[in-house]
Write a protein that binds this ligand. Sequence first.
Ligand code: ATP
Length: 542
Amino acid sequence: MPHATTVTEFCGLVARSKLVPEAEVNAVHHKWRQETKGTDEDVDAFRKYVVTRRFLTDYQAAVIQRGHADGFYVGDYTILGRIGKGQSAGVYKAVHKSGQVVALKVLPASRAKDPNLLARFQREGRLLTQLDHPNVVRAFHVGQAGSVHYIVMEHLDGETLDEVLGRRKKLPAAEAVRVVWQALSGLQHLFDRRTIHRDLKPANLMVIPAAGPGQADTTLEATVKILDIGIGRELFDEDSPDTKDLQITSEGAILGTPDYLAPEQARDARSADVRSDVYSMGCVLFHLITGRPPFTDKNVMTQMVKHATEKPPALASLVPGVPPGLQGVLDKMTAKKADERYQVPAEAAAALRQYLPDHLAGPAVTDLLPAFKDWLQSESGMDIPAEPRKPATGPAPALATPIVPSGSGTYAPVPARPTAARPAAAQASPAQVPSRPVAQPSPRPVAQAMPLPAEEEEISVELVTLPPPAPVVQAMMPPMEEEERPLSDLNRRDFIMLGAGGGGILVAIGIGFGLAKLMKRATSSDEASDTAAGEKPEPSGK
Ligand SMILES: Nc1ncnc2c1ncn2[C@@H]1O[C@H](COP(=O)(O)OP(=O)(O)OP(=O)(O)O)[C@@H](O)[C@H]1O
């Protein structure tokens, strides 16, 4: 679709998008002309004007300037901006018609055609909506609008640990322990709900809030949230029809992230259990403290063999001042044999507790607008307390749900999370709620500057499938850029990517076989040396 090259074209697209009513678009256009004496060619200046006055968000204005008037609505949600792009789904900041700001994870129509991707996406939605813990991202609803599928989540205003590490390289031990301790609390909740994660890495752990400009760059006040349980698994569901997909997805994950992968999970994704998650969290702890993962080989195969056979370097050899006992806890989290690890995340969390900083801030929890709660209740039957409780603050146990080992070695059930107020972080300011014919208040112009997006900002217009709009402009337009084409138009690069993806899976299968062979060889040489030492080998059963 052609770019808007004049303010008139831009205004036409805004009106067609229904983000701002036509009369209001005309009024603001008129006002801008009067105030600035701008010409019809000054599209950039006009775009800046409407964004600064919050008629549109950066993202909306960028998409419109690139010639698109659709793709701003998913069900009852208006898209405000793009937050992240995963391998298959996109994550967007959006606002519900009640004014509640949320994060929408969206599987576009073209991806939903793939039954494996759709099954994985729906599984993630199903798992997430069953979870309810301050250290796990909260999901409210799984929906479908036309052929677009989406998961409605609390909007987290923070940054991933990956981003924190990108900036700070490593964290002081007490800070690292606090982060991992929280994640372990969230993982225990997953386990209590019979779920394991299987893809724990810094990019899937979010800390909120992010350190603001001018503030101390620390996570000591932050809450950790586990994200992305897309390849998570409900335990004991091996017979479910999507198990095959899990295998493939996990091999894809192996290719991407061997840094934190437990040996048994590398051998066979289906053999992963909660202790594999404990191993991954041990590797994350190692990375946070030392600034590098336990094994740094670029070669995936070598790295996986090292996970299975080598001990990571001692913490003290890489960083000074690490409490000596912490090494023992880390060793137990990352033991090669799952039986020798902490058996559940709560045990590891309990062992880490003595290394936590003295004072811990309470968990950040997302406040929900009453109108959104009512809507959720009527739409999905989700029961959310009307009167949110205050978040706990104070010493260690209050940070997240306390983990209390019961006498039998199992753990006390995790009480429901407090749904208490973090002030207004997740509510749209009136100006953020775009006007829409359905019960949306009109945006109120406010004199607060918002940064304009970088030119290369990614956009997606494949959120909703609408009939092709009538052309608004007839002027000669520049050719469409790569980023702007609808995702349904496959091009050469897509075929290359698809080929690479398929090739990747074959490589992963090869790696799996190779590793299994190596492990087998290692075992038989162990047996051989046992036998040589006079031990009688176990009968083979033949
Ligand atoms: N609830 C949320 N609030 C704010 N940002 C979020 C939220 N969920 C995800 N994100 C952002 O979006 C990014 C992608 O999220 P996520 O990992 O869930 O996507 P994904 O599509 O499953 O990724 P992949 O396909 O690689 O597994 C995250 O790294 C994070 O930056």
